[in-house]
Structure formats: structure tokens, C-alpha cells
Design a protein around this ligand. Structure first.
Ligand SMILES: *Cc1c(COP(=O)(O)O)cnc(C)c1O
Length: 423
């Protein structure tokens, strides 16, 4: 068996199981701040407080009374099409590809951070009190407070979309620093929403660094730091509470005979780690979270294999960081996320781009679901786990489809064609 490092270097898809998994999770920590279970609940409560305001700001949230959530759906036709026998468990999709407004998983963390900042400012200036109706934040006094303030972020696209659209809707100045791999239609959509798009010639990491630097010089600017933010992290974690309710509502048991296996596409690691951290608080040793990464951008695997204290990038292993999964084209993992995952992550899978397109097309043909390439990365997980004891008859495999709603039709048809080539 070749070792994980040589597989990594040769960009061959692999399954890596975490030898450090102890079932105990470390508190995610930044400086003196440590997160605990109350923070996950706190994030969910914040979303609840803001729901009436969000419903007013975004007509597409009328059906859900301002709640931003996605369905958990069994996908038996996809399971069959993938060749996953029922003796190896049951396949589900957690449909974040349909999350309204942002169109991706970034609605969770990204929205949480913008809402938390708006709330903090409003409290500081006496515009909110306990039990207040948050719709008052759409009134002139609050708009006047927010207008001189800026929200900035560095992104490959989807995070910028979430932060930019919400910040602009609340009346902030919104600035999104985009890496070269960001798609043109995402930039255009942001500009239409009144967001300033700053284009950088480098990769995601450089876009973030330059955004962070520019923001530091402006005291009225809040920079959403994808590599270090605890607010993003807890925003993602709240997904675990809703998923638990969805599992119970559909009669899914999680215990030693019924392991819950969750597969989440991983970029910098914040979104999947936040969710995995939340799920571990609720299900402990019976939940197994696997991250899925492109073979050319496996930054989280690189970090999990690294010596403690080091912070290598995928370039150090001769990889290109080139992938069609634009949300996953990240050269170096978040240390906050890696530290939080060290003792709990079940493993990492790496995936070729062509597999993303195949699974995107297969999901469309079998279940009529419309996802973007990044969001297809999780489907390789259950396949790579075939033959492992975890893939038992009682297992539930939840593949997290992380984006897709806003992809323009012409782009999507291109993805489909590429997948159909090899089906
Ligand atoms: C951002 C993103 C991810 C991964 O989130 P990270 O926090 O960067 O790890 C996965 N899928 C899609 C579609 C994304 O936009």
C-alpha cells in the first residue's frame, strides 16, 4: 500500500482514516476565546431572532418565515445508480445546494457573522433591547448606523456571495476580494446587488491576505476572516441542531449499530469543521464525519498529516490547486478548523474533478437535483468506504451537497455535459 503522502503527491484519489480520532473533541479556540455547546445554541437563537427581518428583506424567505434551512432527503435512486448496495447502509442528501439567498452552505456561517456584527453594533448604539422586534433594523435609524460601516471578505466566490448580498441588504458597504478562480457570473451578481468587487490576480489565500490588510487600516470595517473566524464556525455548527431534528423526524436512529456517516466537501475547512463539531456534541462517538477534497487541493489532508506546529500548503507537495470545484480551490487549511478536528475527524477522501462531474450528472438523472461541482465531492465517500465495517446495513450515509441554486443555466448545462461524457 503506498503511503498517504505519495498518493497525495501523485494526485491519486485516496481514503485516509484519522488515527488520532479519540471521540473527544477539543474546544475550538482562537486566542483566549474557547467555544462550547452554548455557542452552537447561541448561533441558532440568533438566526431565530433575525428571521422576521430576513423574511422582510428577502421575498424568497416568505415560505420559511425567514428561516434558512435545507431538506434532508433519502435518495434511493442515486444510491442504486452509484452501485451502493442496501447492505452497506442508506444514502441521504442534505440539500444545502438549495439554501435560499446565498445558494450555498455559506449562508450558514457567512450570514451568522454578518448578523452577529449588525446585532453588536445595534446593541452598542441602543437600537435593540431584550425582546426587541428585529425588523426595526430595517428602519432609517439602523440604516443610518450601518451605512458608514463596511463589511469585507476574501473569497473564491460563494462566501463573498453570502456576505456581500446580506451585508448590502442590511445597508452596509460591502466589499468582496475575489481570487482569480472566482467565476465571472458571481462577480456580476454581486455588483448587481451593490457590492464592490475587488479582483486579485492571486489565489484565495492572497485574496484573503490583501483583504485583511486593507480592512485593518479602516476602523469602520469588519473583515470576515474565513481562516480564523469563530463566528463563521459557530454559524456552521448550528446546522447540526436542525439536522438532529430532521433525523429524528424521519425515524433515523444513531447508535453503535446505526452509525451516522456524514460526507462534507472541504475548502479551507471552516464549514465542514463547524458542522462536524456540532454533530459531535450531539451524537458523540456514533457520528463519523469525512471531508472530501479535490486531488489537486487537499489542504485539509495536508494539514492533518503535518507535524504539529507546521502549516504546509498543497503547493509544497507539487500540486497545482487547480480544480473546477472553485469553492474548494484552497491551498492551505484553517488552523482553527484543523485543531478542532484533530481528535474527532473520521477521515478525508480525495476526488478527481471528473468524478465530481459524473456524480453531478448522476444526481440530476436519478433524483432531479441540481448541484455545482464542489457540491458533488461527498458522493465519493460512501464508495470509497465500501468494504469497511462502518458501511453496515444499519448505517446512514449523509452526503452534504453544498451549493448550486444560483448557478446560471448555461453554466450548469456545461457541467452536465462534462459528466455525461463518461457515464
Ligand atoms: C465554501 C464551500 C465549501 C467548503 O467550505 P470551507 O469552509 O471553505 O471548507 C464546500 N462547498 C461549497 C459549494 C462551498 O462554497
Amino acid at each position: 500500500m503506498p503511503d498517504p503522502i505519495s498518493l497525495l503527491r501523485s494526485a491519486v484519489p485516496q481514503r485516509w482514516l484519522n488515527p488520532h480520532r479519540e471521540g473527544l473533541f477539543a474546544a475550538p479556540t482562537v486566542g483566549e476565546t474557547r467555544l462550547g455547546p452554548a455557542d452552537m445554541q447561541g448561533a441558532q437563537d440568533r438566526f431565530t431572532r433575525f428571521a422576521p427581518l430576513l423574511e422582510d428583506l428577502f421575498p424568497e424567505l416568505a415560505n420559511s418565515q425567514g428561516q434558512i434551512e435545507s431538506a434532508l432527503t433519502p435518495v434511493p435512486r442515486m444510491q442504486q445508480a452509484m452501485g451502493l448496495p442496501p447492505e452497506q447502509g442508506r444514502l441521504w442528501v442534505k440539500s444545502d445546494h438549495s439554501l435560499p439567498v446565498a445558494g450555498s452552505i455559506k449562508a450558514r456561517g457567512g450570514f451568522h457573522e454578518v448578523l452577529e456584527w449588525a446585532e453588536t453594533l445595534a446593541l452598542q448604539h441602543g437600537l435593540l433591547h431584550a425582546g426587541a422586534d428585529y425588523r426595526s433594523l430595517a428602519l432609517p435609524a439602523a440604516r443610518a448606523l450601518f451605512a458608514p460601516h463596511q463589511v469585507a471578505v476574501g473569497s473564491t466566490g460563494n462566501l463573498g456571495m453570502a456576505i456581500g448580498v446580506l451585508a448590502a441588504a442590511l445597508g452596509f458597504k460591502a466589499v468582496v476580494h475575489m481570487s482569480t478562480d472566482a467565476k465571472e457570473w458571481k462577480k456580476e451578481r454581486l455588483r448587481q446587488h451593490g457590492v464592490e468587487v475587488v479582483e486579485h490576480t492571486g489565489d484565495y489565500e492572497q485574496a484573503v491576505a490583501q483583504g485583511r490588510e486593507q480592512a485593518a487600516a479602516d476602523p469602520l470595517c469588519h473583515f470576515v476572516d474565513d481562516e480564523r473566524s469563530l463566528s463563521l464556525f459557530v454559524g456552521y455548527s448550528a446546522a447540526a441542531l436542525y439536522l438532529r431534528d430532521q433525523l429524528y423526524a424521519q425515524g433515523v436512529v444513531v447508535d453503535a449499530e446505526h452509525p451516522l456517516l456524514v460526507y462534507i466537501p472541504c475548502g479551507v475547512g471552516g464549514a465542514p469543521s463547524g458542522i462536524a463539531w456540532g454533530l459531535h456534541q450531539l451524537f458523540g462517538e456514533h457520528v463519523f464525519c469525512f471531508f472530501a477534497e479535490p486531488v489537486q487541493s487537499p489542504c485539509f489532508l495536508v494539514q492533518m498529516l503535518a507535524e504539529p506546529g507546521s502549516h504546509p500548503s498543497v503547493y509544497d507537495f507539487g500540486l497545482t490547486n487547480q480544480t473546477q470545484a472553485d469553492g474548494l480551490a484552497i491551498p492551505r487549511a484553517s488552523l482553527l478548523a484543523a485543531q478542532a478536528m484533530r481528535g474527532v475527524l473520521a477521515g478525508v477522501f480525495t476526488v478527481r474533478d471528473q468524478s465530481l462531474f459524473e456524480h453531478l450528472a448522476l444526481l440530476h438523472a436519478s433524483e432531479g437535483m441540481r448541484i455545482e461541482p464542489s457540491a458533488a465531492a461527498g458522493f465519493s465517500g460512501p464508495l470509497q468506504l465500501r468494504g469497511h465495517a462502518l458501511a453496515c446495513a444499519g448505517a446512514n450515509h449523509v452526503v452534504w451537497t453544498t451549493g448550486g441554486l444560483l448557478v446560471p443555466e448555461a453554466q450548469y448545462q456545461g457541467f452536465l455535459q462534462q459528466g455525461l461524457l463518461s457515464l
